[in-house]
Structures are given as structure tokens and as C-alpha cells.
Write a protein that binds this ligand. Sequence first.
Ligand SMILES: *[C@@H]1O[C@H](CO)[C@@H](O)[C@H](O)[C@H]1NC(C)=O
Ligand SMILES: *[C@@H]1O[C@H](CO)[C@@H](O)[C@H](O)[C@H]1NC(C)=O
Ligand SMILES: [Zn+2]
Length: 423
Amino acid sequence: MQLSMTFLSFSFIFLCYLSTFDSVNSHQFGRHKYTETNRVRMDFSVLRKTIESVELVDGHAHNLVAVDSNFSLIHAFSLAHGDAVASTQYSLSFKRNLRDVAELYGCEPTLEAVEEYRRISGLESVSSTCFKAARISTVIFDDGIHLDKILDTEWHRSFTPHVARLVRVERLAENILNEGLPNGTSWTLDSFTKAFLSKLESVADEIVGLKSIAAYYFGLDINTKVTKKEAEESLQQVLAVFKPVLVANKNLVDYIFLLSLEFSRSHDLPMQLHTGFGDRGLNLRMSNPLYLHNVLEDKRFAKCRIVLLHTSYPFSKEASYLASLYSQVYLDFGLAIPKLSVHGMVSAVKDLLEQAPLNKVMFSTDAYAFPELFYLGAKNAREVVFTVLRDSCIDGDLTVPEAVEVAKDLFARNSINFYNITN
Ligand SMILES: *[C@@H]1O[C@H](CO)[C@@H](O)[C@H](O)[C@H]1NC(C)=O
Ligand SMILES: *[C@@H]1O[C@H](CO)[C@@H](O)[C@H](O)[C@H]1NC(C)=O
Ligand SMILES: [Zn+2]
């Protein structure tokens, strides 16, 4: 009697102990048995501490806007425009992110309260709060977006120790075409090409890479065989149709992309590439990085370094596959963090790591317009990467000491090497 009572209470305690860890469903498989034992024994405190303390290198972000910009705070929480914005407040990520920002500011968790706090504090104060909490050591800015009351890249220097820049190539092309030729004649493909390359050449030493949003124009199915004649016709067409000029003709976009990729190869600069989700300006179906097949198989570009942005979500498995097969493909897990639910963020990063070499995967916030996005990107990334690496240890993919090194690689070291950042 005595004995069996002791036995019963012992089992009860043991079961409770197990259940404090995430449940493991399939007891019948040998692998899971091993897993269960691991889970009980593993100590993740070093991993957690490493991830909480590492200074982040943010490989891809955009400039902030003034507090009174007409690009209002609701746009921090979703990529919706127009009528769809009204439903943003009902998404899981909105609720979580709003609560986190309100907690940081010590205000009510409503959009109005946060907006009020920003107005009263001013952008410099809230930026300082957000960057301090984010602990980002370096930010690489793509300053090629147009938003109302956007601040120049220099402005951001007081909030982060190091600021680097890259050039968005389609924007550069449009700026050049809109400036016109000094002698007043109209552009030809040759004069444009010369002006474009000489502009890139003149900034090559100041930038850490190029960025292309070809996906936003006609998708990633780049025609690697576009001829000069086709590009010339395409250029003349956009000059005739758009004032100010947009490079919105597929042959011209493909031509600019290939020209830029060749420049990035010859100058050993990485090329960031929009892949996966974005706003409605994008045809998501055409943003699947698998469309890059022809570019990746083209021997001219075999020595390029291309980084697929935005976790390529929802094509994260596809991106992982490409990174494992092509030496020129690297991955960035921004935007999906913090824009998705917790489940979405964790599963997207897990998908990204299914095949990819861990030295090719990099953190970014893809923050834009709002300093809160630097905070949310950093905070969520630390939590998500902890969950993902902890689970990799439990699954038996990594040892805890390996996971600690991987965390440092994902958050800083890979980007420092990749973008050749010398602080
Ligand atoms: C916001 O301001 C810009 C000028 O910076 C203007 O072009 C745009 O139409 C405005 N948008 C809205 C929604 O008011
Ligand atoms: C105008 O400038 C462009 C680019 O420098 C050059 O190719 C073109 O020949 C010039 N045209 C005239 C009429 O000088
Ligand atoms: Zn971006």
C-alpha cells in the first residue's frame, strides 16, 4: 500500500515534469523517444543568453518618415493598401505587435494611444527608445523608396552605431532617365547604359551592395537572352509613355537587372533581390524564386552573390532548396518577422533552414518608415530564432553548442562577411 502510493505519486510528478515541455505526440517511434529524453536533459540557457545579448546586423531596412507623414502608423502592421487597411487590426500579428509597442512605450494597447505617444514624444525620442531596445549595431539601408516626409540616410546615424547603404537599381535607372541628358538630346540605350554604369561606378566604394525589385515589375522570370534591340525598343516605349519615366516594360527591366548583376559580379558586391510577399504592386505568383532558374544556370552569373529577401515567404522551402544547390544564392529572413503570426514566423524560418547552409542565412528587419519596426523585427527575430534553434537541438539536428554558434552567424557574422562590413 505504502509502496504503490509512493510509486503513483512519483509517476504523477514525473508526468507533470514532462508536460512542462512542449508535448511530443508520437511516443511509438524510436526517434521521438530519444527526442523526449533530450528535451528533458537539454539546457538552453546559454543559447537563450547568447540570442538575447547578440548585437544585430540588420542586412535590409528602409528609411524612417516624420511623425506627421501621411504614411500613417497602421502601415507598420501590414502591407495592405486602400480598403484592405480597415481589416488590418483583426490580424494576429497586428494584435501582438501593437501590444509589444504599447508595452515598450508604457501606453494603452490601442493604435490611437501609440500615435498620441509618438506625437508627444517626437520621432527622435521614440527612435531612440526603439533602437536601444532592438540592440542593432549596423543597418544596411535601401533608400530607394518614396514616402511622404521620408528622412535621408544620414539622419539615422545617431540611432545606430553603423549605417551602410545599397543602391536600388530600378530607382537609379528612373532617376537617371528623368534627369535627361545634359545636352538635351533624348536617351538611347547606349547613352543610358553609359550613364547608369558610370553612376554605379562613382558610388561603388560607398555602398555594400545593389538591390533589385524586378519582382515588382514583371516577376522573377528574367529573360537572360534579352537583346539590345529589344531593350532599346522598350526604353523608347517607356520614354514615350511615362512622365516621369518608369522602367515598366519587361525587356528594359530585364536588361537593367542583367546589367546590374554583371556590375555586382565584377565589383564583388552582393545583389539583394525582392522575393516572396510584398504589397499589391506585386504579382506574388511571379515572386517565387524558382523563376530565377535561368539566371542561376547562366554561366555569366555563376560567381554572383544573390540574397533572396523576405524569407521568400511563402516560398521559403523553395528558397532553401536554391541556397543548397547554388553557390550564388543566400537567404534573408526579414519581413516574415514580424509580419506573420508566431506560428507563421517560426514555420517560415524552419522552412528556410530545411536545406540551406547555415552560413548563408541572414537576419534583417526590413523595417521601413517606423522605428517601431526595428524594435519588432529584432524582438521577434530573437524569440523566433531561439524557438527554431532549440527545436533543432531537440530534433537532434544540432547540439546546443552548435546552435549557439549558428545564432551568432544568423544575427551578425554571416552578414558581416557577406556585405564585407568593416566597422
Ligand atoms: C501623401 O503625400 C504625398 C506627397 O509627399 C502625396 O503625393 C500623396 O498623394 C499623399 N498621399 C495621401 C494618401 O494623402
Ligand atoms: C549628347 O550626349 C550623349 C551622352 O553623353 C551623347 O551620346 C550624344 O552624342 C550627345 N549628342 C549631341 C548632339 O551632342
Ligand atoms: Zn525592403
